[in-house]
Design a protein around this ligand. Structure first.
Ligand SMILES: [Zn+2]
Length: 199
């Protein structure tokens, strides 16, 4: 039977082994298996896996980074006009998501789509929002997540538990989107670099 961890939804199975003295986790072919000794209850296995969530996430990220390739949502432009068009289209999408969440989260004073090398979005203390142009090529649920993330900074200018609660309340896919960015983010950023070298 396949279980999933409560927060990060990582799938795993539990196996009882008489040769096992303490709980342990194995990771083979992308699958986690919690091995527990017969005298311990299955609950112990669940607790054990929940405690190791961060570690498990790292293992998954490492595995995925090795094979991190994805199809951009739309083709990467090869001309200056193409990039300007991408910028314009992404602005429309971001505005649509701002409008969607406006009632609960508010709206930034200004919105700019920018070339950024290490961040997906930012919100200044003057409530100006910057969004990374390369997000245009990511799946829409990732774009929405970054917009919601920055909008939540209108309420909390930090990454406190309350901030993440607000994110979770407004975007049920935020964990999946975070995972996507961790896995494919660098690939996505390097696509811009490669494309601009061609110009
Ligand atoms: Zn943030």
């Amino acid at each position: 039977m396949i279980h999933t961890t409560p927060e990060s939804q990582i799938p795993y199975s539990i196996r009882v082994s008489s040769r096992c003295k303490y709980g342990r986790i194995t990771f083979k072919n992308g699958l986690f298996e919690v091995v527990i000794p017969p005298h311990l209850k299955e609950d112990y296995g669940h607790k054990f896996m929940a405690e190791k969530q961060a570690w498990a996430q790292t293992q998954l990220n490492l595995l995925q980074q090795k094979t991190a390739s994805f199809e951009p949502r739309t083709a990467i432009p090869t001309t200056t006009e193409g990039w300007l068009e991408a910028k314009c289209q992404l602005k429309k999408i971001v505005k649509r998501y701002i409008a969607k969440h406006h009632n609960t989260l508010g709206a930034p004073k200004q919105l700019k789509i920018k070339n950024m090398t290490s961040r997906w979005g930012s919100l200044s203390s003057k409530q100006n929002m910057n969004i990374n142009l390369m997000l245009y090529f990511a799946p829409e649920f990732v774009i929405e997540y970054v917009v919601v993330h920055e909008l939540c900074h209108l309420t909390h200018m930090n990454h406190s538990n309350r901030f993440w609660q607000l994110v979770a309340q407004n975007d049920p896919h935020y964990a999946k989107a975070e995972r996507w960015l961790k896995t494919f983010g660098n690939t996505l950023l390097s696509m811009h670099h490669k494309a601009s070298l061609k110009n």
